[in-house]
Design a protein around this ligand. Structure first.
Ligand SMILES: Cc1cc2nc3c(=O)[nH]c(=O)nc-3n(C[C@H](O)[C@H](O)[C@H](O)COP(=O)(O)OP(=O)(O)OC[C@H]3O[C@@H](n4cnc5c(N)ncnc54)[C@H](O)[C@@H]3O)c2cc1C
Ligand SMILES: *[C@@H]1O[C@H](CO)[C@@H](O)[C@H](O)[C@H]1NC(C)=O
Ligand SMILES: *[C@@H]1O[C@H](CO)[C@@H](O)[C@H](O)[C@H]1NC(C)=O
Ligand SMILES: *[C@@H]1O[C@H](CO)[C@@H](O)[C@H](O)[C@H]1NC(C)=O
Ligand SMILES: *[C@@H]1O[C@H](CO)[C@@H](O)[C@H](O)[C@H]1NC(C)=O
Ligand SMILES: *[C@@H]1O[C@H](CO)[C@@H](O)[C@H](O)[C@H]1NC(C)=O
Ligand SMILES: *[C@@H]1O[C@H](CO)[C@@H](O)[C@H](O)[C@H]1NC(C)=O
Length: 545
């Protein structure tokens, strides 16, 4: 192991107090029972567990309860179907006039598993339901600038070298309990400095592909330690493969089928098209109010709403959430990832290549990543391309009209293929994740200087109100498998309390740990189940020191 000059230099433990809002918290008295409701709790539907949201987390939590013989639950869902952010739509036309199905949200199983090693549970289900999927070959890529095709070598190798140093540095920061930093400063220290390069914009495009594409945030806005632990836990524990699901039943077929292991057709325990507006909670129960004037009185509730939904304050909590919970909700980030779909009357690009990366001369992240579905193993002959933007470019595109965005997109394509007469697309479509009232974004990311304790506060219950979702996964935040593990954990946790026995496989039973006072860094010993760290050993999966 290399010697470390930093060793022991930062012994200072910074304790963060929730400084700001002490005064206002004292000033606002609890209003007691909400006055705006004209029914009493007696008229509410009664249940043991109210599961708020029927995405991967909610459907898995209900399955975990069912597995422990708890069938008295209600699942409340905003949309008219289950699946949450695993959602598809029809797009374009085949020769016979019928449409294709494309995924608007989650698209890949990320990290599959290796022989003898652990398997990603989403991969297990993809195989169980024979979802059509294909390995995304990241070497199948052509690169472009505003003058057409352009080789980006040697930037790929330079980035890879820097990334190796970056992940090692993250390992030292973690094990020595040092102060975290941004991925940007980590990259600079690892000698990756796009601004010093002759081909700065190509370097930024390579960096976007390696970082922003996965996290939907720039390196400047991402925390180093948990950015790397997140990557390691998924891609070094399972495998480095990303398999793209193009199944025409839709990716969420697996969630729907899993729900059928415990839900009958038209099961009254699933309340679709029902919007939760207000939640009152205490240490004896939770009452959930819905937009149709109904309410549910439950012993426990599991809120699986995205960080975006929680940050938008579209659901009110009574009493107000404690400051430690509010702080954590505002600390974490909800990224946006937008896929813009185009169908043409011909495949005018290379028919064997999966990816096309564009470096705009002026703006980093400007319609950078083009992916072909008109390629063997996907939807050959479909003439479908989609371009992905994230974060600021997503917000801009999502504010624009289809026509405005189409014009920008076509201008880029015509720069990429200067010698081809690029036809107008015959179909054009994209979702607007940042404005979806049931998601307000795509998936979460950890900002710089975030600790496991801070994250545990996002995860922890407040009285009988529990929180779970993609974002509450310490090891796999952002990913579908993170949502699955958190649903399983919270279901088992609550089953343990109801049944009086703890049969939890992964997590624990009873209430979650939370912190009223936070430390500025995360000590090695804190990487444990109580803090939501469920990778048996990150030392095995990545850290080699
Ligand atoms: C564009 C995009 C690309 C992605 N790509 C991938 C990928 O390739 N691989 C991967 O592993 N992950 C990917 N993800 C992330 C993945 O989709 C999520 O991690 C996962 O689906 C989250 O599941 P969840 O149950 O935690 O949340 P959700 O799926 O959001 O479930 C929460 C549910 O709560 C409901 N809800 C919200 N508000 C209310 C309310 N007020 N009342 C009632 N119900 C409400 C919602 O409708 C939703 O169904 C992607 C996500 C997006 C958006
Ligand atoms: C219920 O929530 C809505 C917003 O979702 C809010 O306007 C309303 O004031 C809340 N009602 C009560 C009684 O808190
Ligand atoms: C419930 O049990 C089934 C059958 O053993 C298993 O396949 C599934 O993964 C379990 N679900 C959870 C969430 O633990
Ligand atoms: C476009 O055609 C010109 C003239 O034939 C050629 O010099 C140039 O290399 C071509 N550009 C691309 C990107 O193929
Ligand atoms: C899955 O792929 C096979 C082989 O390409 C195809 O015949 C089948 O229709 C596909 N099924 C779905 C549901 O996409
Ligand atoms: C595609 O459409 C363009 C007009 O946008 C037309 O010129 C061209 O011939 C069409 N190609 C095919 C293969 O139909
Ligand atoms: C991630 O994995 C790499 C490669 O094994 C390792 O060097 C590094 O220490 C790990 N980092 C963290 C934070 O786990």
């Amino acid at each position: 192991m290399p010697s470390r000059t930093f060793n022991g230099a930062l012994k200072l433990v910074i304790t963060l107090f929730a400084l700001v809002n002490v005064i206002s918290a004292v000033a606002i008295e609890s209003r007691g029972h909400p006055s705006g409701y004209d029914h009493t709790e007696k008229q509410c539907k009664k249940t043991k567990v109210a599961i708020l949201g029927a995405g991967t987390t909610g459907i898995t939590a209900a399955q975990a309860l069912s597995n422990q013989s708890i069938s008295d639950f209600l699942i409340v869902e905003y949309k008219d179907e289950i699946g949450g952010r695993v959602a598809h739509t029809t797009f374009g036309k085949k020769d016979d006039g019928t449409p294709y199905v494309v995924e608007l949200g989650a698209n890949w199983v990320q990290g599959l598993g290796s022989k003898g090693g652990p398997e990603n549970p989403i991969w297990t289900m993809a195989k169980k339901y024979k979802l059509n999927n294909t390995f995304s070959d990241y070497d199948s890529i052509l690169t472009y600038n505003q003058h057409g095709e352009k080789d980006f070598d040697p930037l790929w190798d330079e980035f890879d070298d820097a990334y190796s140093r970056l992940e090692q540095d993250a390992g030292y920061i973690l094990t020595d309990n040092l102060q975290d930093r941004t991925v940007r400063s980590g990259l600079s220290l690892a000698e990756w400095k796009p601004r010093l390069k002759d081909d700065m914009m190509a370097a930024y495009a390579v960096e976007w592909w390696e970082w922003d594409w996965e996290t939907s945030y720039t390196p400047d806005e991402s925390g180093l330690v948990f950015g790397i632990t997140g990557f390691n836990a998924t891609f070094y524990q399972y495998s480095d493969e990303n398999n793209y699901v193009w199944d025409q039943r839709g990716f969420n077929y697996f969630i729907k089928r899993e729900s059928e292991t415990y839900l009958k057709p038209n099961d009254p325990r699933l309340l679709l098209s029902t919007i939760v507006t207000n939640i009152t909670y205490s240490d004896t129960g939770v009452t959930v109010y819905t937009d149709d004037g109904g309410c549910i009185s439950a012993d426990y509730a599991i809120c699986t709403f995205s960080v975006g939904v929680l940050q938008h304050e579209v659901v009110t909590f009574e009493p107000k959430l404690p400051q430690w919970k509010k702080d954590s909700i505002e600390m974490f980030q909800m990224g946006t990832y937008t896929k813009i779909f185009l169908q043409f009357n011909t495949t005018f690009w290379d028919e064997k290549t999966q990816f096309f990366l564009y470096a705009d001369p002026y703006t980093r992240g400007w319609y950078p990543l083009w992916q072909s579905l008109s390629v063997p193993g996907f939807l050959p002959g479909s003439n479908i391309l989609f371009v992905t933007v994230v974060e600021e470019q997503s917000y801009t595109a999502e504010r624009q009209t289809d026509e405005e965005t189409k014009e920008e997109v076509m201008e880029v394509l015509r720069k990429m293929f200067p010698n081809i007469t690029v036809p107008e697309p015959i179909e054009f479509m994209y979702p607007r994740w940042s404005n979806e009232p049931w998601a307000f974004g795509s998936y979460s990311n950890w900002p710089p200087a975030t600790t496991l304790e801070m994250h545990q506060n996002l995860r922890a219950n407040v009285d009988r109100l529990y929180f779970a979702g993609e974002a509450t996964s310490a090891s796999y935040f952002g990913f579908l498998h993170g949502a699955w593990f958190e649903g399983k954990d919270v279901g088992e946790r609550i089953a343990g309390m109801i049944g009086g026995t703890c049969e939890s496989e992964a997590g624990g039973c009873g209430e979650d740990l939370h912190y009223d006072e936070l430390h500025g860094t995360t000590e090695l010993g804190e990487y444990d189940l109580a803090n939501g760290w469920d990778v048996s050993s990150f030392v095995t999966y990545g850290f080699d020191g």
